[in-house]
Ligand binder design. Structure first.
Ligand SMILES: NC(=O)c1ccc[n+]([C@@H]2O[C@H](COP(=O)([O-])OP(=O)(O)OC[C@H]3O[C@@H](n4cnc5c(N)ncnc54)[C@H](O)[C@@H]3O)[C@@H](O)[C@H]2O)c1
Ligand SMILES: [Zn+2]
Length: 382
């Protein structure tokens, strides 16, 4: 069996002219971190930014890989969690990078989930007016979404991700074996973003996920098919293609926000706490976006909306507002949060809607009153 199993890393290219880079996906690829960096930037020093959870599981392997290739490494370990995307922690990270004498030409290494990728990427964007950096994503969400595309940010008191920069990495190394230590809940939340790529633009991929999701969760080439690697590669390929066409989100990149308007409102209503993880909120948001689309003539059928929700529920994700533990938010609260998240122009909201599974599009003319009626009905359901 093992003889036929594919173990070569998969490569996905993000084509952005002089700023193009590779995404390398596979079990164990972190072992090549040092050699890949030495090849890309001979003689460069590195500075690893990670969090205290990831440090426990992965830091030793990352440092060993750098050291084997003769690449010097310093590091900063920040507390795990969204609270580290703050001015205070950002300042500490920037000062530590400068104190380690990182010069132009040296490299920051973001070793962690989306929090670390956003924080370290933003530090790299601004220290010495811009250092190059490498993403080593360690959560499923980071491997399929946040590590690719160059959006970096920290949070403001006014909202998430409001202080940031577009800064592309020079390499993404997605070691799928690192996901083995992730909690099932975190893995599942990341899976919502995996399903999102099928739902927004690739019906065949969605059908493949319906048949293969168990192997994606299991990992390890359990059925000899390396479904997890296949899924990460498909998602990265889809995101890379969209980013290559619309790096700064002036159009098509907005499709990646499928489910995010409803989802962000629910996340905010829960205070961005463990009560509802981002991916869980997005799962509910996508189910709502499909249902909302199904109410509009000529868009997705009720059967396809039900099919989308069924798959999300099958993997254990929430799909209804009632699935959020605790007291449900009110319609007024949700509408206020949606209005804060999005600009309302003359009572009209922009939503990502769907014509079918794999058929998302940007609809700028959604009447806020229609959304209110829809949410009232949803909240009244038992
Ligand atoms: N830049 C973008 O394009 C983009 C896109 C989507 C999300 N994001 C951002 O990503 C962040 C969320 O990312 P996330 O879900 O990866 O959260 P995260 O980075 O907080 O990671 C989730 C938890 O898993 C732990 N963890 C990470 N890797 C682990 C491993 N291999 N084993 C065990 N535990 C591990 C972390 O310590 C943390 O406690 C948010 O801040 C969001 O704004 C950015
Ligand atoms: Zn998301």
């Amino acid at each position: 069996m093992t003889a036929t199993v594919r173990t070569d890393p998969r490569l996905v290219k993000v084509s952005l002219g002089a700023r193009s880079y590779d995404i390398v996906i596979g079990r164990g690829v972190i072992a090549a971190l040092g050699t890949r960096i030495a090849e890309l930037r001979p003689g460069a020093k590195t500075f690893i930014v990670t969090d205290d959870n990831v440090a426990r599981y992965v830091l030793a392997d990352a440092e060993a890989a750098l050291s084997r290739a003769g690449v010097a490494a310093n590091r900063a370990i920040v507390p795990a969690g969204e609270a580290s995307k703050s001015y205070r922690v950002f300042e500490q990270v920037c000062e530590a990078i400068i104190a380690a004498h990182m010069e132009r030409g040296d490299l920051v290494v973001a070793l962690g989930g989306g929090v670390i990728g956003d924080l370290a990427g933003f530090a790299a964007a601004v220290v010495r007016r811009g250092l190059d950096y490498v993403q080593v994503p360690t959560t499923l969400l980071a491997q399929v979404d946040s590590s690719v595309g160059g959006k970096t940010a920290i949070d403001s008191a006014h909202g998430k991700n409001l202080i940031g920069a577009f800064h592309q990495p020079i390499l993404v190394l997605a070691d799928t074996a690192l996901l083995d230590t992730l909690s099932v809940r975190e893995f599942r939340a990341g899976y919502a973003e995996v399903a999102k790529y099928g739902l927004l633009g690739d019906a065949a991929f969605f059908a493949w996920l319906e048949s293969n999701w168990r192997d994606v969760f299991l990992g390890g080439g359990s059925s000899g098919c390396f479904a997890r690697e296949q899924a990460v590669a498909m998602c990265c390929g889809a995101k890379a293609a969209i980013v290559a066409r619309d790096e700064r989100e002036t159009g098509e990149r907005a499709l990646l926000n499928l489910g995010h308007t409803f989802g962000h409102a629910l996340e905010a209503a829960c205070g961005f706490s463990d009560r509802l993880l981002h991916g869980e909120a997005i799962a509910i948001g996508m189910a709502l976006a499909f249902e909302f689309s199904a109410r509009r003539q000529g868009l997705v059928s009720k059967a396809d909306a039900a099919r989308a929700a069924r798959h999300l529920a099958e993997v254990g994700l929430p799909t209804r507002i009632q699935d959020v533990p605790g007291k449900p938010p009110s319609v007024d609260q949700l509408m206020d949060l949606i209005a804060q998240d999005k600009k309302v122009r003359r009572g009209m909201l922009t939503f990502i809607l769907v014509r079918g599974i794999g058929g998302a599009f940007v609809e700028p003319g959604v009447d806020a009153r229609e959304v209110r009626t829809f949410l009232s009905e949803k909240l009244a359901e038992r």
